[in-house]
Design a protein around this ligand. Structure first.
Ligand SMILES: *[C@@H]1O[C@H](CO)[C@@H](O)[C@H](O)[C@H]1NC(C)=O
Length: 478
């Protein structure tokens, strides 16, 4: 508890000085899906502390919330985990290069002008501009979205924490017996994440050499790619993301674009909304990859960061979450897979039967996690975020910085309890209740099945993905 209090006081004090612990920008928890896990978790805990009094887990054991007096032991866990911190994708790297070149070119012209007029820019703005002009564009195209060293650590640390929490499931016996089932998306950053996760479990169990065993399954973890209904009606459909485009050109983004263009000394017409985002992403990448509080960050204040975070939320909401029913239905295979696994793990057995796998680890993307959380009915606000309601969305639940930072995870723990199997949900290592069962942290598994009956009996991927009319409208029935 002392640690917690100290930490909160520290955050509050340090945010006043514009930086915290290891010199981190004070808006580090607002980078959307480019937020570091530790910044996301620290921010969520701070919010919980401020809103609801102490609810923090100084003791990992307190994560499991079984009814008092009922004896329970964990019998299986399924975890859906996003890959760790990564390099920008090649599309972003090209945009970064464009911004860097633009700055050099414009700055060169200005210096000539200033030299002719016999004056030189003064003050912190000029100083910062100078830093950015000399900023070394070190990203190369071949880095294309690959996992970075910090990203390996993200997964290793998560695996270590989970195995401390669930030694009977992720401990030595399970690792030695090869009984932890790992499935990953085919993307390099996910495969590397799957390795890092397994490596940490081996290290903890003192087992060498590490034997990586994982199966690649895009049909499960990137099912959206194989869903023509989704690809045509949302992913490739500009109209479907109209709110995002509108916000990008709306008053909040325009004011910010002008402010940052001024700071950079760039002509407004050259500094597009996309380049504004690139400057912000650069601040996040330099932090996540190099632990640097980069000069790019000094272009922004916390209120600016919230505008850019909202843009990220808008995009993910309409493209990957509750915005359209098809976004969620494209993840039905994963939903069904998880419940089949839980069914199998919870089934009564004779002594002689082989026990079920103690753990199933599924490694994918933010695009894997968001629709799944959506199917479960989580983080759905009454009013959807739009281009026009930024100012009333401050208390929204759908916040990508808190939901899908690097190494984001959703863990379902099946518990063997006196009254039957129970299921507890953790999102980023925080207990979360199922929307249909709001009174219990760890409801009976059979009650969870009843609450999701409509999906267990429906959630028809093939129907949703092949039809050209169904599931298109705003999401109402899920
Ligand atoms: C594109 O999205 C809009 C808005 O949701 C929708 O009305 C339209 O039917 C979609 N187009 C296609 C080809 O699905």
């Amino acid at each position: 508890m002392l640690f917690v209090v100290t930490y909160v006081v520290f955050v509050i004090l340090s945010s006043r000085h514009g930086c915290s612990a290891a010199d981190v920008p004070n808006f580090a928890a607002h980078f959307g899906s480019k937020t570091r896990y530790e910044d996301s978790v620290a921010h969520r805990r701070l919010l919980a502390e401020l809103n609801a009094g102490p609810r923090l887990h100084t003791d990992p054991g307190s994560l499991l919330r079984t009814p008092s007096g009922e004896r329970c032991s964990p019998m299986h866990l399924t975890a859906v985990v996003r890959h760790g911190s990564r390099y920008p994708t090649v599309k972003n790297i090209r945009a970064i290069r464009q911004l860097s070149n633009l700055l050099r070119r414009v700055d060169g012209q200005q210096q000539t002008q200033e030299a002719q007029m016999g004056e030189r820019g003064e003050g912190s703005a000029a100083w910062n501009r100078d830093l950015l002009r000399r900023w070394d564009m070190w990203y190369t195209d071949d880095m294309d979205g690959q996992l970075v060293a910090k990203g390996r650590e993200d997964l290793q640390q998560l695996a270590t924490r989970l195995s401390t929490l669930f030694p009977s499931l992720l401990g030595e016996d399970s690792v030695r017996g090869g009984r932890i089932h790992v499935v990953t998306s085919s993307k390099h950053r996910c495969v590397r994440s799957a390795e890092a996760f397994q490596e940490a479990l081996h290290v903890r169990a003192n087992i060498t050499p590490v034997q990586y065993r994982h199966q690649v399954d895009d049909g499960l973890l990137r099912a959206y790619d194989g869903c023509p209904g989704y690809v045509e009606s949302v992913e490739k459909n500009r109209t479907a993301l109209a709110e995002v485009d509108k916000f990008k050109r709306g008053p909040e983004m325009e004011a910010l674009r002008k402010k940052v263009a001024d700071k950079l000394g760039l002509p407004l017409q050259d500094f597009t909304p996309d380049l504004l985002e690139v400057a912000y992403f650069l601040c996040s990448y330099e932090l996540a990859i190099k632990s640097l509080h980069s000069p790019w960050c000094f272009l922004f204040e916390p209120s600016d960061a919230k505008v850019l975070e909202y843009k990220c939320d808008l995009k993910l909401f309409w493209k990957r979450a509750h915005g359209y029913a098809i976004n969620l239905l494209a993840s039905c295979p994963l939903f069904h897979h998880i419940f089949r696994t839980l069914d199998k793990a919870g089934r009564p057995r004779r002594e002689t039967d082989t026990p079920p796998d103690p753990a199933s680890i599924l490694i994918g993307h933010a695009e894997t996690l968001l629709p799944l959380l959506g199917l479960l009915g989580l983080y759905k606000d009454e009013t959807p975020p739009t281009a026009d309601n930024y100012h009333t969305q401050d208390g929204r639940h759908f916040r990508s910085s808190l939901l899908v930072p690097y190494a984001a995870n959703m863990v379902l723990v099946l518990l063997d309890c006196a009254r039957g199997p129970r299921l507890q949900l953790l999102v980023n290592e925080e207990p979360v209740r199922f929307p249909g069962l709001p009174h219990e942290d760890a409801p009976l598994y059979r009650d969870v099945r009843v609450a999701y009956r409509h999906l267990l009996d429906g959630c028809d991927y093939h129907k949703a993905c092949s039809s050209t009319a169904g599931g298109r409208g705003p999401n109402t029935e899920l």
